[in-house]
Design a protein around this ligand. Structure first.
Ligand SMILES: CCCCC/C=C\C/C=C\C/C=C\CC/C=C/C(=O)SCCNC(=O)CCNC(=O)[C@H](O)C(C)(C)COP(=O)(O)OP(=O)(O)OC[C@H]1O[C@@H](n2cnc3c(N)ncnc32)[C@H](O)[C@@H]1OP(=O)(O)O
Ligand code: FAD
Length: 625
């Protein structure tokens, strides 16, 4: 009798399973895992705070690097329900979703549209004679494409469609739609549903497509917490049309936490391997050195560790900010919705792009063995690059942040600013003077000035172009590279200052030795990004060549200081081997034995001579083909 652990982590490695077997195996594992999680869920209420903890358990424990077919049920189907269904609808559906007696997905993206959601083509036309909506996919490009779990797993999904009533289009709204029979799992009439095929990664998420041929759903299947359709077809507007986007904000907040989890796995593997791997001699006749002793290796890995700690603290700040503003939204105060959206956009973009960048660095820092699937680094790299796209393409999200920043800058003199942008007032105040200094505070100030000056410059450029006769839209597009850069600079200023402030608070309750190491990580992160963004700092601050020379020495000194604690820092993530799933990163450091153990699991090693020798090779080598 297999133990739960053996059931979850034993068997043929996923990499040797077919696409279909991989899905079936991940569904088998998901059922075991989510039965356990369901017990946790039954003990907790379903408010967002508990829910996020449950969700991070789901994500953290999504035992396959390829994700899980239940992921979207937790990541979007339920959060959207909690934020957009009215009380009657929550009463009717939410407990069934929470105990997984129904499995849902979230169908927004279509073959033809992912970013521009106002351009979605799926229609939901209200028929007052039957008090139903008619869901329809008018074109191939209107087919929903990507929804996780929709291929073969989900029997319900939330569909985002253009709402028509009394001949008028009211824009996109959310609808809950049953897609498969709850007993037979057969697709319901008028529904064409399937799986989209093999992807770069996340191949257990079971992303699917769905098309509707005049499918009728009751009026009460429109999620009506915000906007409504009355029985006679009268449309009742939402207090704020952007509240329908609320779930995307929540998921972007979750993704920031998630990007930290993925990066933590990658740097745990790369750091431990770099301590085990010995290669080359520093001095003739000496034993080969641990590759972690090479400063170039420290440059790749220690900065990633610092980045992981930095983003973890920023994820917490974002979550706290989300909760504060979400409470205000529930009370009808929309004042900070735009700020929350802008903050979630830039932090999701920067956390995922940093995670993708540093994970790719971890992969190459492990040489050939880092290219083995059994190292888990290729799959983690595929995961992090996906996160730069899902829940909003990073470029598009940084443009959203830039849009908010320009709007803020236009109003800079009309009153107080909201917390995440009040630095703009400080560094632009008359009489404010600043001389670059090589200190954390000096670096933070420098990034804030860069951000402010980029935003100001973008607005001046836009104004000049419009004054010269260019349309607002063309002017926006023409300078969009600079707008993205302004969004990134704003975010980097927030990340460094949050890391410094929150870590400084945390250090007060640490031992002196631990506080010293944490302080070194904050400095490493700040100095690293200063050196990475020298161009901006040279353009907008008084940093000098002499300052840069000292910064480089400071950086190298920090790498030297942090090196002895590198393994201890990643051990602190405490990722068990079963979740790490890495021949290079296992806690016992038996890298070579594990690489060989995994290799021998290859089906190609089951017999000494593969059948292709007799069928193809031998006749070929004998000139018979
Ligand atoms: C268990 C194992 C799990 C396995 C998986 C493993 C790990 C996964 C972990 C997490 C995964 C998470 C998700 C995976 C699944 C993925 C799901 C999806 O991808 S769902 C689809 C997501 N799609 C998007 O994000 C689309 C992006 N596009 C948009 O958001 C909008 O179209 C865009 C770009 C904002 C433009 O919209 P538009 O209406 O044209 O906006 P404007 O630019 O015109 O601005 C209008 C005003 O609206 C405000 N706005 C826009 N968006 C929002 C928002 N979200 N919230 C609040 N306000 C918003 C904007 O600020 C403008 O306001 P002003 O006019 O400036 O005041
Ligand atoms: C692994 C994965 C899981 C997913 N799961 C789901 C899911 O469960 N449900 C769901 O609904 N969707 C899901 N998606 C879809 C995802 O939300 C979209 O892929 C994403 O929103 C980007 O849209 P797109 O793919 O159409 O890219 P596009 O928007 O076509 O972007 C392509 C390029 O065009 C650029 N671009 C687009 N618009 C602009 C603009 N206005 N200004 C400047 N540049 C622009 C982008 O920057 C990008 O470089 C998933 C995607 C992935 C990869």
């Amino acid at each position: 009798m297999l133990t739960k652990r053996e059931e979850l982590f034993g068997g043929t490695p996923d990499e040797y399973l077919s696409h279909k077997e991989k899905y079936e195996n991940s569904t088998r594992k998901a059922v075991i895992l989510f039965s356990l999680l369901r017990k946790i869920q039954e003990e907790n209420n379903t408010d967002l705070t508990n829910y996020r903890n449950l969700l991070s358990g789901v994500l953290g424990a999504s035992i396959s690097q390829d994700g899980s077919p239940f992921g979207l049920h937790y990541i979007m189907f339920m959060p959207v329900f909690m934020s957009q269904a009215d009380e009657e609808q929550q009463e009717r559906w939410l407990h069934r979703a929470l105990n997984c007696s129904i499995i849902g997905s979230y169908a927004q993206t279509e073959l033809g549209h992912g970013t521009f959601i106002r351009g979605l083509e799926t229609t939901a036309t209200y028929d007052p004679s039957t008090q139903e909506f008619v869901l329809h996919s008018p074109t191939l490009t209107s087919y929903k494409w990507w929804p996780g779990g929709l291929g073969n797993t989900a029997n319900y999904c939330i569909v985002i469609a253009q709402l028509y009533s009394k001949g008028e289009c009211h824009g996109i709204h959310s609808f809950i739609v049953q897609v498969r029979d709850e007993d037979t799992h057969m697709p319901l009439p008028g529904i064409k549903v399937g799986e989209i095929g093999v992807k770069m990664g996340l191949n257990a998420v079971n992303n699917g497509f769905i098309g509707f041929e005049n499918v009728r759903i009751p009026r009460t299947n429109m999620l009506m917490k915000h906007a409504k359709i009355l029985e006679d077809g009268t449309y009742v507007k939402s207090k704020n049309s952007k509240l329908i986007y609320g779930a995307m904000v929540f998921v972007r907040v979750v993704i920031v936490f998630d990007s930290v989890n993925y990066l933590a796995k990658a740097i745990t593997v790369a750091t431990r391997y770099s301590a085990v791997r010995r290669q080359s001699q520093l001095k003739e006749g000496e034993p080969e050195r641990q590759i972690l002793d090479y400063v170039t290796q420290q440059d790749k890995i220690l900065t990633a560790i610092a980045g992981c700690f930095a983003m973890k603290m920023n994820a917490r700040m974002l979550w706290d900010t989300f909760n504060v503003i979400n409470d205000q939204l529930h009370k009808g105060n929309m004042e900070r919705l735009g700020e929350l959206h802008a903050l979630a956009c830039c932090l999701k973009a920067i956390s995922t792009s940093d995670s993708s960048l540093f994970t790719a660095r971890c992969r190459v820092s492990c040489g050939g063995h880092g290219y083995m699937v059994s190292s888990t680094l290729p799959a983690t790299s595929a995961l992090t690059t996906a996160s730069c796209t899902y829940e909003g393409d990073n470029t598009v999200l940084l443009l959203q942040t830039a849009r908010f920043l320009l709007k803020t800058w236009r109003q800079i003199d009309t009153g107080p600013l909201t917390p995440t942008v009040e630095y703009l007032k400080t560094v632009s105040a008359p009489g404010f003077s600043y001389k670059w200094e090589n200190s954390i505070e000096g670096i933070i100030r420098g990034f804030q000035i860069v951000s402010m000056k980029k935003i100001s410059s973008c607005l001046n450029l836009m104004t000049a172009k419009v004054m010269s006769g260019m349309s607002q839209a063309d002017a926006w597009n023409t300078i969009s590279i600079q707008l993205v850069s302004a969004g990134e600079s704003h975010c980097r200023a927030i990340v460094i200052s949050t890391f410094h402030e929150d870590m400084s608070k945390a250090m007060r309750s640490m031992s002196a030795s631990l506080a010293e190491v944490m302080g070194q990580l904050v400095e490493l992160y700040a100095v690293y990004w200063t050196l990475e963004r020298l161009g901006d700092l040279l353009e907008y601050t008084s940093i000098s060549g002499a300052d840069v020379v000292k910064l480089r020495s400071w950086y190298e000194e920090l790498l030297r200081k942090i090196r002895p604690n590198a393994v201890g820092l990643v051990d602190a993530f405490d990722i068990i081997d079963e979740l790490l799933q890495s021949t290079l990163g296992a806690y016992d450091g038996r890298v070579y034995e594990r690489l060989m153990e995994e290799a021998l699991k290859s089906p190609l090693n089951a017999e000494p001579v593969n059948q292709s020798f007799h069928k193809y090779l031998k006749p070929f080598m004998q000139g018979k083909l």
